[in-house]
Design a protein around this ligand. Structure first.
Ligand code: MRU
Length: 347
């Protein structure tokens, strides 16, 4: 299992994803602000991993509360800070809401008991995320046949989660079953999650892969070299519209044109059932420098205007199926996803 994030000696230990694959360096966060900056600067990234990091960040914020201080207020300030880090990832807000419930239930407890309850919840979220990903893998592996060539975009692997991965979890589960699979990995400009992270993960797992530039996928589909696409998601609306890394929309259109399946894998913590459609999904814009540079080297003039939306939204009508820990949902998504909407249901 990849060491994405861990709670150790009252610190959050995170593998620095900006330095992979060339260096395996770990960052230790002792304060909430350090966790918030790690999320913002993408030391840790991927929607489920961001959620777990935020939960540990909240533990740190309350851990520093002194007797007599208002722990509830400190918690809320910390939650507001974290909410400003990466607006698209639904799992971040899901984690804040889940931790908020703990505070509401344990408010009257002594401070030490509240801290303990929050840590217990964050650790449970970390553990559940791995179990959930294994279920996603088990549910989705039937979609990959022996001999298939699979395209993936960005990184929806162990590094994007507490472990095992979502889209990569499915590929992994099929590989563990003995199916011969080949993965085409989009490099995923500008942050290069594909070439730096997904290629590294698949290589470590012994899953055959070929790295391609983002503009190569269409041609390989035309040549019959890709059979299907699987990606993760950052937020999914009730109608199946799914936000994911910029470039995913283009791939979904290419897949439709070539009549190839396009699958999305995500845990229920990525679903935003309050949204009718993807129109309501906030799309994060990232710094222009990420586009003006590659690997830290300038690749254009410093004054050139840049747009850098970090995500796009794939309309549900382009998605062949969505795989979660509950199973496989197919269109029409308004109906199939309603079965996974637990709002208003008893825990
Ligand atoms: O900007 P990132 O690297 O956080 O974007 C990540 C993605 O788009 C992933 O595909 C998504 O979070 C799913 S991860 C299981």
């Amino acid at each position: 299992m990849l060491p994405t994030i861990a709670w150790k000696d009252d610190r959050v230990v995170i593998i620095d994803q900006r330095r992979l694959p060339l260096e395996e360096v770990y960052v230790e966060c002792r304060r909430l602000e350090e966790v918030a900056e790690a999320i913002e600067k993408m030391v840790i990234r991927g929607a489920p991993a961001i959620g777990v990091a935020a939960a540990f960040g909240l533990v740190l914020s309350v851990s520093s509360v002194k007797p007599g201080e208002d722990a509830g207020r400190r918690f809320e300030e910390a939650a507001e800070r974290l909410a400003r880090t990466r607006p698209t990832a639904r799992n971040l807000f899901w984690a804040l809401e889940r931790m908020r419930k703990v505070v509401a239930e344990a408010k009257a407890f002594p401070l030490d008991a509240l801290k303990e309850r929050l840590l217990k919840e964050a650790l449970a979220m970390e553990k559940e995320d791995i179990e959930t990903n294994r279920l996603i893998g088990r549910n989705g592996k039937e979609l990959i046949k022996d001999g298939d060539s699979v395209l993936t975009h960005c990184n929806a692997g162990g590094l994007a989660t507490a472990g095992y991965g979502t889209a990569i979890g499915i590929i992994r589960a099929a590989h563990e079953e003995g199916k011969k699979i080949h993965v085409f990995v989009d490099e995923t400009r500008p942050f290069l999650q594909g070439s730096r992270l997904t290629a590294w993960e698949l290589d470590r797992l012994g899953i055959p892969l070929t790295l391609i530039t983002d503009s190569t996928a269409g041609w390989l589909m035309k040549k019959g070299e890709i059979n299907l696409t699987i990606t993760g998601a950052d937020r999914i609306a009730r109608n199946g519209d799914a936000a994911n890394k910029i470039g995913t929309y283009s791939i979904a259109l290419l897949a439709r044109h070539h009549r190839l399946p396009f699958y999305v894998a995500a845990p229920l913590s990525t679903f935003d059932f309050s949204l009718e459609s993807g129109d309501g999904i906030p799309i994060e814009e990232r710094p222009a420098e990420e586009v003006r540079q590659a690997g830290g080297c300038p690749i254009t003039l410093p004054h050139i205007k840049v747009r850098n939306p970090a995500f796009d939204v794939v309309p549900g009508r382009l998605i062949t199926a969505i795989i979660s820990e509950r199973g496989i949902a197919r269109p029409p998504y308004r109906r199939s996803l309603a079965a996974w909407d637990d709002r208003g249901k008893r825990p």
